[in-house]
Design a protein around this ligand. Structure first.
Ligand SMILES: NC(=O)c1ccc[n+]([C@@H]2O[C@H](COP(=O)([O-])OP(=O)(O)OC[C@H]3O[C@@H](n4cnc5c(N)ncnc54)[C@H](OP(=O)(O)O)[C@@H]3O)[C@@H](O)[C@H]2O)c1
Length: 293
């Protein structure tokens, strides 16, 4: 197996640590799995779409990686229990949990159906908290572990029209910050990742027309997250130039009010899929009819 230069002496490679990645059938999770394959990790990969997860499994096995695929939905209590049971049966431990499963929905809060709000909260925050709750006791017994929570740059710099998504990702950030001190004494570390826009299925799932969307290569981000597994740090903002951008925009509120929000509003309006806008317009008419009836 080929090992990346510069990380050869790290115990991670020698130990062949067990990494559990939630949401590895596409995008960031899949590419982190492939990046970690280069570092000798043993992987447990989870997602709902069987076909896509098996594709990832095949790619990893070609690299001679020990991988356990588990089809599961982190919103489901039995699935979460099954993920843990199968992981322990196969490998006997979990060294790293990557809470990556998540989705966004581009929708005005006033227009957003409750079912969409439920999906965002149940996946992005409840699923993540409940997976963490199951894995921490295992790491406590091991007296070591690492939890990587995938938040978003939108947790730091909220934009239009992602109110509920931004709220879930801020919750991920706050949750990570709160448990970090609590689990430190058991040798467990907690990292939070704040990605900007990357080329995954995220935009399609969110209902954005991504054909002209400016996004960055997910390969580079995946490599950075894989390195985080080897050398953990509390926060990772990517791409790097989002660090000064976020710093400036959060310190000077007028920038957010006068620049960030209006710009994101005009950009997003052009990118929300046309069918969605038409649907919204129809809804608007319906409301007026009801009002005057
Ligand atoms: N790409 C970006 O621009 C960006 C920016 C900031 C943050 N993020 C965050 O990065 C994470 C990964 O997203 P991505 O960009 O890689 O998008 P993606 O390509 O859509 O990947 C999302 C992954 O999560 C899995 N997933 C979703 N709901 C799940 C559930 N209930 N149970 C189990 N797995 C589930 C999906 O698999 P199945 O559908 O097969 O279940 C898929 O593997 C998300 O938390 C997202 O919010 C992305």
């Amino acid at each position: 197996m080929s090992k990346k230069k510069g990380y050869k002496n790290h115990s991670f490679i020698e130990d062949g640590k067990i990494v559990l990645i939630i949401g590895a059938s596409s995008g960031i999770g899949k590419n982190v799995a492939l990046a970690l394959a280069n570092y000798g990790a043993k992987l447990i990969i989870v997602a709902r779409r069987e076909k896509k997860l098996i594709q990832t499994t095949r790619q990893l096995r070609k690299l001679k990686i020990k991988v356990l695929p588990i089809i599961g939905d982190i919103r489901d209590r039995d699935d979460r229990a099954r993920i843990i049971a199968h992981s322990l049966k196969k490998f006997g431990r979990v060294d790293v949990l990557i809470n990556n499963a998540g989705l966004g929905k581009a929708n005005l809060f006033l227009e957003q159906p409750i079912s969409e709000i439920d999906e965002l909260i149940e996946t992005n925050i409840l699923g993540l908290i409940k997976m963490t709750k199951l894995v921490i006791p295992i790491m406590k017994v091991q007296n070591e572990g690492l939890i990587i929570n995938i938040s978003s740059s939108l947790a730091l710099l909220p934009v239009y029209p992602f109110a509920v998504y931004c709220a879930t990702k801020s919750a991920v950030r706050t949750f990570s910050d709160c448990i970090r001190d609590e689990v430190k004494e058991y040798g467990i570390k907690v990292s939070t990742v704040f990605p900007g826009p990357y080329d995954t299925e995220f935009h399609k799932v969110a209902g954005l027309d991504d054909s002209s969307f400016q996004s960055y290569s997910v390969l580079k981000l995946a490599e950075k997250i894989a390195k985080l597994v080897i050398k953990p740090k509390e926060n990772l903002i990517q791409p790097w130039f989002y660090i000064p951008l976020i710093w400036i925009a959060t310190r000077f509120r007028f920038i957010k009010r006068k620049i960030t929000l209006p710009i994101s509003k005009s950009i997003m309006e052009g990118k929300i899929k046309k069918e969605k806008l038409e649907f919204t317009k129809k809804e608007e008419k319906l409301k007026i009819v009801v009002k005057h009836a």
